[in-house]
Design a protein around this ligand. Sequence first.
Ligand code: T1G
Length: 678
Amino acid sequence: MTDPIRTERHDDVLVIISDNPPVNALGAAVRQGLERGIKEAEANSGIKAVVIRCDGRTFFAGADITEFTKPPVQPMLPEVCDLIEACSKPVIAAIHGTALGGGCEVALACHYRIAVPSAKLGLPEVKLGLIPGAAGTQRLPRLVGAEAALPLVASGDPISAKRAKVIGLLDAVVEGDLVEEAIRFARGRIGKPIPRTSELANNRDGITNPAIFDDFRQANARKLRGFEAPNAAIEAVKAAGELPYAQGVQRERELFMQLMMGTQSAAMRHYFFAERAANKIDNLPADTQPLPIRKVGIVGAGTMGGGISMNFLSAGIPVTVLEMEDSALERGTGIIRKNYESTAKKGRITAEQVEQAMSLLTPTLEYIDLADCDLVIEAVYENMGVKQDVFRELDKVVKDDAILASNTSYLDINEIAAVTSRPEQVLGLHFFSPANVMRLLEVVRGDRTRPDVLATAMALAKKIGKVAVVSGVCHGFIGNRMLAKRQEQANALIMEGAKYWEIDEVMVEFGFPMGPFQMADLAGIDIGWHRDPARVETVRDALCAAGRLGQKAGKGFYDYGDGRQGTPSEEVQEIITRFSAQSGKGSRDIAAEEIRERLLYPMVNEGALILDEGIAQRASDIDVVWINGYGWPLYTGGPMFWADTVGLAKVVEGLEQHGLPVSGYLRQKAEAGERLTR
Ligand code: T1G
């Protein structure tokens, strides 16, 4: 393997260059090369200054995450950073792309930092369940103050070069050629006193205004709920203000190692690679090329059709949206505009961007106006007959090479494809509501879906900012099929005496944003209801008959006052008790542990079946579905990784104890002492 680090002499300036694609991760060879480069500079009196830069798309984007589970190889990054900072000649970081994590820490160890305007800088370690481990939590606050350091370290979001200059993380943002500018900047620092971040005084704002730490915690409580790393990050930044540098670094190391040894970091590193693996299609012919998608048609301008349209409009792809009646079309396009305008009100997009997106939208009542679309997505009523009629009509009017997709959330794509003359160009694109917000997209491959059509969908998903997961055809695909198992147990538990709000509390405590009954209220209790108030055969029928349709009606399982926080309802509990008595199941107090096991273990078992049947390509895809589509807590890694953490033998034992089915695949993995995820 060629050495990723080389050096170039530019008279009295030595440029140390890393070429370690794809993101110049700070693997062992890079660290060894940086160490060699700095020693070369120190040893040569003709060298008066040093520039550190990277080839390729970005400055160092962090430590090499794949090394975390391997034995350490010297020198470790903290030592390399200390060596850079101790250099007796000025060292300048020349930044482009994304200087993240260890990359930002290398830049902080340099004496100066310059960047191109498009560069971003950040410390995203908390997104891996960690905190910076090469003194970033100690150098950054000294350079920019605790208040400016906190969001960078504890939420992990990168900042622009412009913002980095404002807070003092960058010394200059340079137009023109970065290398030339860096060499010029370096020459200008020769012979001047060398600024070393670790020698700067403790950040004063964290001392004079200690409230900033608790204020940050409160402002981010909801987003950070259940995560361990952000709090450790806050503690490390506080330490930078309270302790001498060496002790602060020691404190950072203690906090880092606690997290590195914990389950949350393993789970979040698993997820990092899982999300990237999901985009890959196994056994795809190497020469498969995605097809160009220049224009998209959407059939149906309802909640889903409108949300789906926005994904493409926001990515600059023209959309023709079709409805059957003018009123529905008006309403649908009106909601699209309203959504954009409310986003603009929050300052997340500009008014011009609203108009730009809306200018790409063409409403129509005529199928023929979809004729030149490269892709048409049907988002009509969830009924096979209705969908087949739409696909028959589409098949007649759209061009021969157009792709036809259904947004169905559980229907058989093969049955839909069968009514067209192009089954190999038919697949499912299952968006999650609200479709313009939820990142998950289940790409459902039919038996005859062509590989390039599938690859086109995966590439398009990335372009519109979705996390796509390939699913085979089965009832409910990956996510909803597992959701049904959880719902089955939730419905059974309330018949056996568990209170519905207890069940929701257990799920929220586990880390979900809401439990199954809160979710039902949000989605609407009346979805799929037969609409005959005189026909009351289930708890759901009784609730609908009583007008308890969910949040939209101000009451469902819960009563909603003026907010969205519901309170349990005696009327509902009486209805449940009545049905429970009729079911003859008896009523008992049910412990939270049983509730958690009966809701989550059957989901794991269903995930194992989905794997065994080849519906999902890999276990980690199932984790990606549940984290992005249903709010499964990221810090557990998703249902499959979580089951591995619990131990498959324990899951099997729990299922048997509760009289629940155990799939052969799960049992075989458990008995072999294997994991579902790698
Ligand atoms: N280590 C190893 N591989 C990495 C990597 C990393 N840090 N970052 C990316 N890759 C791989 C990735 O798996 C994919 O591989 C390819 O590069 C392209 O990535 C000591 C302890 C930089 C914004 O958290 O945020 O430093 O799938 O598809 O969309 O304190 O990658 O092609 O085989 O994401 O253009 C901190 C993580 C580490 C940054 C580019 N750094 N990376 O996004 O490409 S911990 C991070 C990213 C640390 C120190 C601590 C993104 C990106 P493959 P990609 P992208």
